[in-house]
Design a protein around this ligand. Structure first.
Ligand code: SF4
Ligand code: SF4
Length: 208
């Protein structure tokens, strides 16, 4: 499963590079819009399998952790719920102004990718995923009502928190009182890292 995910991420990263080189951003927009609709049924697969930013962030996070660059404390501004929407408005405004006024095609997605890498060098991946990324904010709107998603069978869960530690988006949390894990489909990337690490096989992708 892990290898399939990595292969898919590499394929989409190559495709994304092709789209950037050829300036065919409409094609990527179509992929994103289909993923946005698909998230309402199947969850946020775009984040876990397609998003080039997430692919770059995965590599960045490994490097930053190894070099001990990441900090646990996160500034308030990077925790604001409105930040992804501000980033979205800024992205759209920059695109319109640069195209209409300056006659320039600014590489907005590459700029966002650079931002995701810079933030991930300093903070854990969830900071960009949950508090900065405008695509993540849009996908959480449709993803929260997903009909299928990664889910914990609470009768099998022993509350060991192994799933919490591997989750890149803080989508899974062990309830301190009940001592069982629960997954928030609005934040879940369907990456299956938790499924693979769970010692009791309590997690699976299933109907909600
Ligand atoms: S890894 Fe499995 S058993 Fe451990 S808390 Fe998560 S769901 Fe429960
Ligand atoms: S809850 Fe599991 S499948 Fe969802 S993002 Fe976290 S690790 Fe991945």
């Amino acid at each position: 499963m892990k290898n399939i995910r990595i292969m898919t991420q590499i394929i989409f990263l190559i495709f994304f590079s092709f789209v950037i080189v050829n300036g065919n951003m409409v094609l990527w927009l179509v992929i994103f819009l289909l993923s946005l609709l698909g998230a309402a049924v199947f969850g946020r697969f775009y984040c876990g399998y397609i998003c080039p930013m997430n692919t770059a962030m995965g590599v960045t996070a490994k490097l930053a952790k190894r070099l001990n660059w990441q900090m646990k404390s996160v500034p308030k501004v990077l925790k604001s719920k409105s930040l992804p929407w501000i980033v979205l408005v800024l992205m759209i405004a920059t695109m319109i102004v640069s195209k209409r006024v300056l006659q320039l095609e600014l590489p907005i997605l590459l700029m966002l990718m650079a931002l995701s890498i810079i933030i991930t060098l300093r903070y854990e991946e969830y900071v960009f995923h949950n508090h900065v990324c405008p695509y993540g904010a849009l996908l959480s709107l449709t993803g929260k009502g997903a009909k299928f998603s990664t889910k914990v069978d609470t009768s099998q869960c022993i509350g060991c928190k192994k799933c919490e530690k591997v989750c890149p988006s803080m989508a899974v949390k062990v309830d301190e009182k009940e001592k069982v894990a629960k997954i928030n489909p609005a934040l879940c990337h369907q990456c299956q890292s938790c499924t693979l690490i769970c010692p009791t096989k309590a997690i699976r992708y299933t109907k909600i």
